[in-house]
Design a protein around this ligand. Structure first.
Ligand code: CP
Length: 303
């Protein structure tokens, strides 16, 4: 395990496999109710989230606690960040009070990478702007591996707001390295120019994206990152671009529905599709805990 986990663009297939294999073992612990482990005893992990989060922040918190680590949460609004302290000074301070691992979510792409170069503490990127969300893509791949027994050869359709999605970018990097085929679809205003250069196939319709796919992954419309005029009404969007049970009939037999969440039911996906048997959306959340435990364990082994 290298010092930091900043993105999947820079990781090799072997490094991804090491994390997924360790996460599979962590998932077995969780399924047996084993949450008093000591793989990270003596390590202190701090969450520094400049953006909202439910899943990522809480699962990093539980992951550290379940592994026997010390765990701290910084409420950025109540910290000295509100007095103008820079991210570098904040992380250097957290390192000085003996936190060995700093988990950072920031609305600015590149913020965790910038800090990681300047501190000795290990930095984990929990999502930076529209750049990368590596632990999300790792948990997505763990979910696929657990369902299909492999990632190589799968066809994964990613549908929705591709332009503003760090989840899409990390998944494209990771899935292509692992030998999957990635298809993308979204309304033209939310499809970045040149995205096919990453190696994914851009589809012309939602039907084309879902047809022949093993995994159908919906993405939330990230209104908080958009300028005006990029999105029709919610009703029009759902009718034209929403993932529905009817449209899922085009997918391969045994196909699964995924979504990083938070989900907006009736916008990018129907409520029925969220709750159906094919859905792995809540299983993804548990796998997120397992992946974050794996990363902290691997880092703790090399402290
Ligand atoms: N998928 C995800 O990152 O969710 P949160 O924003 O709740 O952490």
């Amino acid at each position: 395990m290298r010092k930091d986990l900043l993105g999947l663009e820079g990781l090799s297939r072997e490094e991804i496999e090491e994390i997924l294999d360790t996460a599979a073992v962590m998932r077995e612990h969780l399924d047996k109710g084993e949450i008093n482990l000591d793989y990270a005893k003596g390590v202190s992990v701090v969450n520094l989230f400049y953006e909202n989060s439910t899943r990522t922040r809480t699962s990093f918190e539980n992951a550290a606690k379940f592994l026997g680590a010390n765990q701290v949460n910084i409420a950025v609004g109540n910290s000295s960040v509100a007095k103008g302290e820079s991210i570098y000074d904040t992380v250097k301070t957290l390192e000085s009070i003996k936190n060995g691992i700093v988990v950072i979510r920031h609305n600015m792409a590149g913020a965790p990478q910038y800090v990681a170069k300047k501190v000795n503490a290990r930095v984990i990127n929990a999502g930076d702007g529209q750049h990368e969300h590596p632990t999300q893509a790792l948990l997505d791949m763990l979910t696929m591996k657990r369902h299909f027994g492999k990632i190589e050869g799968l066809t994964v359709a990613i549908i929705g707001d591709i332009k503003y999605s760090r989840v899409a970018r990390s998944n494209i990097f990771g899935l292509l390295k692992m030998g999957a085929k990635v298809k993308l679809f979204g309304i033209k205003t939310l499809m970045p120019k040149g995205i096919e250069e990453m190696g994914a196939i851009v589809c012309d319709s939602i039907e084309q994206a879902i047809s022949g796919s093993d995994v159908v992954m919906g993405l939330r419309i990230q209104l908080e990152r958009q300028t005006s005029g990029q999105f029709p009404t919610v009703k029009e969007y759902f009718n034209e671009y929403g993932i529905t049970m009817e449209r899922m009939k085009l997918a391969n037999k045994n196909a699964i529905i995924m979504h990083p969440a938070p989900v907006n039911r009736g916008v990018e996906i129907s409520g029925e599709a969220v709750d159906c048997e094919q859905s792995r959306i809540f299983d993804q959340v548990t796998n997120g805990l397992a992946v974050r435990m794996a990363i902290i364990k691997l880092m703790a082994e090399e402290k």
